[in-house]
Design a protein around this ligand. Structure first.
Ligand SMILES: [Zn+2]
Length: 264
């Protein structure tokens, strides 16, 4: 991707966390130190610049956090955006990396935004396999119904593979964790930053070449690692989907410590 002037600023917004998670839950075929704790954070990401705002993923709501239990909900992402000085009605585009429940919950806060989702992802979750095994637990039916409704309203664009959402913000389907998982490449002043979302939940997944435990297609998870490493301008510009270390590796926004960091 060519980097242009007026590159984007990118923020990670942490809206919830879960302390009681264990290492063995987060690696394909477990982990030798399985019973050690490995807390997990939940994020959305905001890309701001050139007169527009792109939101990447939509988190889950406080109600979902309470119903599912064990999760500490901080505040809705739209509230944090207001504190960052970003008007929520400046969000013209939302990229949904995939349809798991922790990425879809706050879409109704941005009713005028165009949503970009891989066609294979929607097909999977509206098809026969969505009912099998643990799959029903991984999505929120109400969120999926909202996506289908917005599709009818012309507010969802179904992507096949690669697409430019706005100049300097591109999506790429990697699959692996889910059928249509997509990652986001952003042109920033320091180079191309990759919002990897759940292509790598933690730094350890990609750094140690050990995929996450929830697998749709294992070879695609390895291919995703390769694509992300090839695309990010520097290793620091690979942003995992759920790693609490993101808050340590990037500067907090003053006044929003523990809630928002600036990635670029
Ligand atoms: Zn997730």
């Amino acid at each position: 991707m060519t980097i242009q002037a007026n590159a984007f600023a990118v923020y990670a917004i942490r809206f919830a966390s879960r302390d009681a998670s264990l290492r063995k839950e987060h690696f394909y075929r477990g982990d030798p130190c399985g019973d050690e704790s490995l807390p997990i954070d939940y994020f959305v990401w905001v890309i701001v610049g050139r007169g527009t705002t792109v939101l990447v993923d939509a988190g889950f709501t406080r109600e979902v956090a309470e119903r599912r239990g064990n999760r500490t909900f901080l505040q809705p992402p739209a509230e944090t955006m207001r504190q960052l000085g970003i008007a929520t009605d400046s969000v013209k585009n939302i990229i949904l990396t995939h349809l798991h429940y922790d990425h879809t919950g706050h879409l109704p806060d941005f009713p005028s935004a165009q949503v970009h989702l891989q066609r294979t992802e929607l097909d999977y979750w509206t098809g026969p396999y969505a009912r099998r095994g643990e799959n029903p637990h991984l999505i929120e039916p109400g969120d999926l119904a909202y996506v289908k409704e917005q599709l009818k309203n012309g507010k969802v664009t179904l992507v096949d593979g690669d697409a430019e959402i706005v100049p300097g913000v591109e999506v790429h389907r990697v699959g692996g964790h889910t059928q249509g998982l997509q990652v986001v490449a952003v042109a920033t002043e320091g180079g191309t930053l990759v919002l990897a979302s759940d292509a790598t939940h933690f730094y350890a997944n990609i750094d140690e070449d050990r995929p996450y435990s929830i697998v749709d297609h294992l070879p695609s998870m390895y291919d995703a690692f390769d694509w992300i490493k090839m695309t990010a301008s520097v290793p620091e510009f690979i942003i995992p989907g759920h790693d609490p270390l993101v808050l340590e590796r990037f500067p907090a926004v003053p006044g929003l410590e523990g809630v928002a960091v600036r990635l670029a």
